[in-house]
Write a protein that binds this ligand. Structure first.
Ligand SMILES: Cc1cc2nc3c(=O)[nH]c(=O)nc-3n(C[C@H](O)[C@H](O)[C@H](O)COP(=O)(O)OP(=O)(O)OC[C@H]3O[C@@H](n4cnc5c(N)ncnc54)[C@H](O)[C@@H]3O)c2cc1C
Length: 562
């Protein structure tokens, strides 16, 4: 122990521990103290949520932090996200439309047992020279120009230390947000409960239908993050490396009031009504119950993230958290830590960082704001299979083709690239946000018209060439100029995809010509909107190959060209 550190990290959960490793890997000489309230090692299985990772977060853990070996030996490989939509009888899983990968995916991801992982990360960062203290609850931070004063309690006694930088990773404790009062309202309200069961649960065993089982090689469904969806909710089933299973219900209170599932017995009753097959498979396992946790209104925003002048930053859930659908929690930690560690390292090198900190903070806040429409009011669509299939494919395509590609190419800390991407109203980053917003609005406008219940279909996102290309490309390393060109060409594909989706929806809902001219930034299903003028587009402007790929996600009978 020493009296003064370069950085004191408040909270040793996923965000705090990974930040310490990232800092140490970039500058081994940096002195770091992590203060963690928990008294002892984390328990396996029943520790925290945040078990399923997707491409960006996995890249961070595997490549940026170099944890590949650990992940492959002690955690489970993940077989993508998998969705089951409502059929007439949800009692028979094989009758439900299933969306997910059939074959092994090119880009790896993992299912994490958070207790095992956090214990490993604590050991790893100490090996790198970080001081890590359990049983240490932070009580006060005085932000001072000459060095901050951090006070924590250990064994009931106050201890005071100094540091140059403070990083708040206290999760929902949000220490700095409370202290400096930078709360910001969040208009997305959803609730969650989850529990862990001892033992392995394989949804392959939920049906006797051998044909359905044979769609995938044995063991692959088991490794997916499985979502069962219907109006207002999704239910997750996630396998853990400790040979236990995580189950969770996430639901919009407008459809499923929280008090209908916020206790274990009520959650089982809720399953009986909403997910009868799940109930039959999970209820008998009550004797294996390891824990049961609840979280009301989990989404929250933040007004600040990085302050260069006062040398503090916020990471992980201490900042903003939107929604667990698509498992983006670790992604946000990855981006957050990459920005914060870059600022700290540069400041310790004596660089002037205020301009950079402003760009990072604005980029981060814009990213969160652009992501909100992905979730806001969308739980109401979860019983509508056609919309959700198109939406999930759209959300993945946008996620891979721009933010994840930028992250795997280290673009988030390249100031020139960030300025190029976001500075002007016509910049690619801004257009990306607009395009996504117009598509998310389309999904809402389309809702009253998507009324058919589909069943017995299997749809694989990797059957669509552009989706496959986006995923495979995440491993390609681009020089900055090439990366900008790549993002620009990905944006062109997304525009084509958006236009093709709109043509299908509008033809189906409003009877417009299937070769309607479409400005993807102005799409709107309301009559009289400019894009609804039935201008027959020059056939050359419609990318037929993309339209053919988009057709693969269309379940209704498609109208043919006039
Ligand atoms: C329902 C739900 C499901 C989710 N599923 C996923 C998923 O599948 N995949 C995914 O990537 N993400 C998921 N997330 C998000 C994920 O849980 C978070 O991103 C992640 O746990 C945040 O990590 P953190 O380190 O910021 O916070 P935490 O893990 O909460 O760590 C904060 C740490 O700070 C400590 N602490 C708090 N106050 C103090 C103090 N005063 N002094 C000292 N220590 C303190 C705490 O003890 C704790 O260890 C989910 C979130 C929810 C709500």
């Amino acid at each position: 122990m020493q009296n003064k550190y370069d950085v004191i990290i408040l909270g040793g959960g996923l965000a705090g521990l990974t930040l310490s490793i990232q800092l140490k890997r970039t500058n081994p000489g940096i002195t770091i103290l992590v203060l963690e309230r928990r008294e002892s090692d984390a328990s396996t299985a029943a520790h925290k949520v945040g078990e399923s990772t997707v491409e960006l977060g996995s890249h961070y853990l595997r490549e940026v932090l170099d944890l590949k070996e650990y992940l492959e030996e002690f955690e489970l490989p993940k077989h993508g996200l998998r969705f089951f939509f409502p059929s007439e009888t949800k009692d028979e899983i094989s009758s439900r439309v299933e969306l997910g990968p059939r074959e092994r995916l090119p880009t790896p991801s993992h299912q994490l047992d958070r207790g095992t992982l956090e214990n490993f990360l604590a050991k790893k960062t100490q090996e790198l020279g970080t001081h890590f203290l359990l049983g240490s609850t932070v009580k006060n931070v005085d932000i001072l120009p000459e060095g901050h004063v951090v006070t924590y309690h250990k064994d009931g006694q106050p201890v005071t230390l100094n540091c140059r930088w403070v990083a708040d990773a206290t999760g929902r404790g949000s220490f700095m947000k409370r202290k400096l009062d930078f709360h910001k309202p969040m208009e997305h309200h959803v609730n969650a409960v989850w529990w862990r069961l001892k033992g392995v649960i394989d949804v392959d065993d939920w049906s006797e239908n051998t044909e359905w089982r044979s769609y995938l090689k044995p063991g692959l469904r088991l490794l997916s993050t499985v979502h069962f969806m219907d109006k207002g909710y999704w239910l997750w089933v996630i396998p853990l490396g400790s040979k236990n299973t995580s189950i969770g219900i996430v639901a919009d209170p407008a459809v499923h009031p929280f008090d209908t599932f916020n206790k274990y017995e009520k959650a089982l009753e809720w399953l009986k009504t909403n997910e009868p097959r799940g109930y039959k498979m999970l209820e008998p396992q009550t004797e294996n119950l390891l824990d049961f946790k609840i979280l009301k209104h989990y989404a929250h925003h933040t007004g600040r993230l990085y302050c260069a002048e006062e040398r503090w930053g916020v990471t992980g859930e201490a900042g903003a958290f939107l929604d667990p659908l698509y498992s983006p929690g670790t992604d946000f930690i990855a981006m957050n830590n990459s920005w914060l560690s870059d600022l700290i390292i540069r400041d310790l090198r004596g660089e002037e960082i205020s301009g950079r900190a402003d760009v990072y903070e604005q980029s981060h806040l814009r990213l969160v704001d652009n992501w909100i429409p992905v979730y806001q009011n969308k739980y109401l669509l979860m019983g509508k299979t056609q919309i959700m299939v198109v939406k999930i494919f759209w959300d993945w395509a946008t996620y891979w083709s721009v933010p994840t590609l930028l992250f795997t190419n280290r673009a988030f800390t390249n100031l020139a690239l960030l300025k190029e991407l976001f500075s002007s109203a016509k910049s690619l980053g801004r257009k990306f946000g607009e395009l996504n917003k117009s598509m998310q609005n389309l999904f809402l406008d389309w809702a009253p018209y998507d009324t058919e219940i589909f069943s017995e279909r299997y749809i694989d996102p990797y059957d669509l060439q552009y989706m496959r290309d986006f995923q495979i490309d995440l491993d390609t390393k681009y020089e900055p100029a090439e990366l900008l060109e790549k993002v620009a060409s990905n944006m062109k594909i997304l525009e084509q995809v958006a236009a093709a989706i709109f043509r299908l929806v509008s033809a189906h809902v409003k009877g417009t010509p299937v070769n309607l001219q479409v400005d993807p930034y102005k799409i709107c299903l309301n009559a009289g909107s400019p894009v609804m003028e039935p201008v027959i587009e020059d056939a050359e402007n419609i990318d037929a190959s993309i339209s053919r790929e988009v057709d693969k996600m269309w379940f209704y009978t498609k109208k043919e060209f006039a």
